[in-house]
Ligand binder design. Structure first.
Ligand code: DGL
Length: 272
């Protein structure tokens, strides 16, 4: 057993959707979260830049003595696959857990994947789904506008702008008859209701935060790293932009106000 914290990072605030699920699945674990709010978005950047940022983010968490690192970011997970080999602690991104969940969920073998431009271009989700079942047909769509919509609070399923953008991005997949859709970006679970209303209830939505939390619990268990202390864990947050901007937007992702310590760090100064 280990009382050390689980380290979670994301390009910004979206990874808090994974923290929300982690707290539910592993209530005794301490969590240290780093959101690279000064350099978000990663989803429009080159693979080289995403890898460099991801290495810095993971190194910062390691400097805090974490027992595991989770890249709660679709963009990092699909572009910095090499991170797992470079770290001295167990690591997971979101791709492996969500691909397995989608392959399990589909009945008609038609799975949709939505994510940032960098995630979709990498082809990582498709590759992993086909590893689970090579007969599955994968339909991918970049949805870059979903990120700023969510960050600016356009999240209601009744909002005409949200409905319009959902339709624009997902009409093709709907026509193709997918029965499962991977929400391959940490921001997307926030507009899951709007997506589900458009696609219909028969389409299963795979939430990367939820699946990654479950997979992390499994990884910790097999590595004998679960925290069995008889008390509720704590959350500590670090951000590279201002603490105030984090506090005001984090609620969208956590579903409640932040009740942990929030500190600012200079991520550019983390040595690789
Ligand atoms: N966190 C990113 C992801 O899950 C979305 C925001 C960004 O583009 O950095 O892909």
């Amino acid at each position: 057993m280990s009382e050390k914290a689980i380290g979670v990072f994301d390009s910004g605030l979206g990874g808090l959707t994974a923290v929300k699920e982690l707290v539910k699945v592993l209530p005794r674990e301490n969590i240290i979260y780093f959101g690279d709010t000064a350099r978000v978005p990663y989803g429009t950047r080159s693979r080289e830049t995403i890898i460099k940022y991801a290495e810095q983010d993971a190194d910062f968490l390691l400097s805090k003595g974490v027992k595991m690192v989770i890249a709660a970011c679709g963009t990092v997970s699909s572009n910095a696959e090499g991170l797992a080999d470079a770290l001295p602690v167990p690591f997971t991104g979101v791709i492996t857990p969500v691909a397995a969940a989608a392959a399990n969920a589909t009945k008609n073998g038609k799975v949709g994947v939505i994510g940032t431009s960098a995630s979709v271009k990498s082809g990582a989700y498709e590759k992993e789904i086909l590893k689970c079942n090579h007969k599955i047909k994968v339909y991918q769509q970049e949805c870059p506008l979903f990120v700023p919509l969510v960050e600016n609070g356009f999240i209601s399923e009744n909002d005409d702008i949200v409905k319009l953008v959902v339709e624009r991005y997902l009409s093709e997949m709907k026509r193709e008859g997918i029965d499962t859709l991977i929400l391959g970006c940490t921001h997307f679970p926030i507009i899951a209701k709007a997506i589900s209303n458009y696609l219909g209830r028969s389409v299963t939505l795979i939430d990367s935060g939820r699946e990654t939390a479950l997979y992390a619990a499994h990884l910790l268990g097999t590595n004998h790293l679960l925290n069995t202390a008889d008390k509720v864990g704590t959350c500590q947050f670090y951000v590279s932009d201002t603490v105030e901007s984090f506090r005001s937007t984090a609620e969208i992702f956590l579903g409640k106000s932040v009740d942990g310590e929030v500190s600012h760090i200079s991520i550019e100064q983390v040595e690789l």
